[in-house]
Design a protein around this ligand. Structure first.
Ligand code: NDP
Length: 294
């Protein structure tokens, strides 16, 4: 990328048009499923307590279901519920043949261990790819459910025409939900991948050598223009609620004069994540319908 091209402003990696395309196709496919099976693909979100930001996210998921003709409902457990109660609820949903996908809304209350909860989800209904079986399939290169946000961040690159093969990608963040699976997906696309995290020494030293940077740290403004290579491609996964609204993990103002392409927040990865989740729901519903016939 030349300095002139950078001067013209970066390519914006926007998720909404891609999400719209995915949703249009899904609407037909969901309708076909519904008429063939007498019920729409159905997602249940398990929600514990009353955490305001995650409640907003919950409404978005339900709206995404409605938009494509899937059914979405919420199972709510009271704030003080025990891990056992939550696991029992999940098992009941596993056994319910009218439920295709299960998502447990994060964050969970502090006294409920995440692992014990995720382990309880039937991997065939784990449409956000968090169960160790799905994580293992990803690591080994088999097909399972992928964590939707990680998939969305790589899909955004691919569908925006960004070459990944052979390039140096730096992922900032190593969570099971985003960073780690995003790094594995980039590896699958033949990038050379570096994973950075809170104990990384000289973060800027790493990001400055990257052709592609995916940032999923949850720290507003963590990555500035000075930490990026001229012409780099940046995917900002961060969603941080600040006084002025929602911002990402990248300081957009300083990054935009350096990068070749960047995803805005909001409007980048976010819209694509929910559309991909709906794709997974359809796959899960078809899988379940297939098992019911067998
Ligand atoms: P986590 O808090 O689980 O993980 C954050 C990761 O970032 C950790 O690996 C942590 O390192 C690393 N990190 C934190 N601070 C720094 C730092 N100063 N320097 C380098 N690395 C750092 O968050 P998630 O992975 O769940 O989410 C990340 C972001 O993505 C959040 O802003 C979240 O809101 C957003 N998100 C967006 C979604 C979307 O649809 N767009 C969906 C899901 C999440 P360590 O492991 O050492 O602690």
């Amino acid at each position: 990328v030349t300095a002139d091209a950078v001067e013209a402003g970066p390519q914006l990696l926007v998720g909404s048009p891609i999400a719209k395309e995915i949703r249009a196709r899904l609407r037909d496919e969901m309708a076909a499923f519904t008429s063939a099976h007498g019920r729409p693909p159905t997602l249940v979100v398990v929600f514990v307590g009353r955490d305001a930001p995650s409640a907003v996210y919950l409404q978005q998921i339900l709206k995404s279901c409605e938009n494509v003709g899937a059914a979405g409902r919420v199972v709510e457990l009271a704030e003080g519920c025990s891990t056992d109660e939550l696991r029992q609820q999940i098992r009941a949903l596993n056994d319910d043949p009218t439920v295709d996908g299960i998502i447990v809304q994060m964050p969970l209350p502090e006294d409920i261990p995440l692992r014990g909860v995720i382990d309880a989800i039937d991997p065939a209904k784990d449409i956000d790819g968090l169960h160790p079986q799905n994580a293992g399939l990803l690591a080994e290169g088999y097909d399972g459910f992928l964590p939707a946000t990680a998939q969305a961040s790589v899909e955004l690159l691919k569908r925006s025409g960004i070459a990944i093969e052979g390039r140096h990608a730096v992922v900032v963040g190593r969570s099971n939900v985003v960073g780690k699976p995003a790094a594995l997906l980039l590896l699958r696309e033949h990038a050379t991948v570096t994973i950075c995290h809170s104990r990384t020494k000289d973060l800027a030293g790493h990001t400055r050598t990257a052709d592609i940077v995916i940032v999923a740290a949850g720290v507003p403004g963590l990555i500035t223009g000075a930490m990026l290579k001229l012409g780099a491609v940046v995917v900002d996964v961060g969603i941080n609620v600040v006084d002025d609204g929602i911002v990402g993990d990248v300081d957009f103002a300083s990054a935009r004069s350096v990068v070749g392409a960047i995803s805005p927040v909001p409007g980048g990865v976010g819209p694509l994540t929910n559309a991909i989740l709906m794709q997974h729901l359809l796959v899960a519903a078809r899988g379940q319908a297939g098992r019911a016939r067998a």
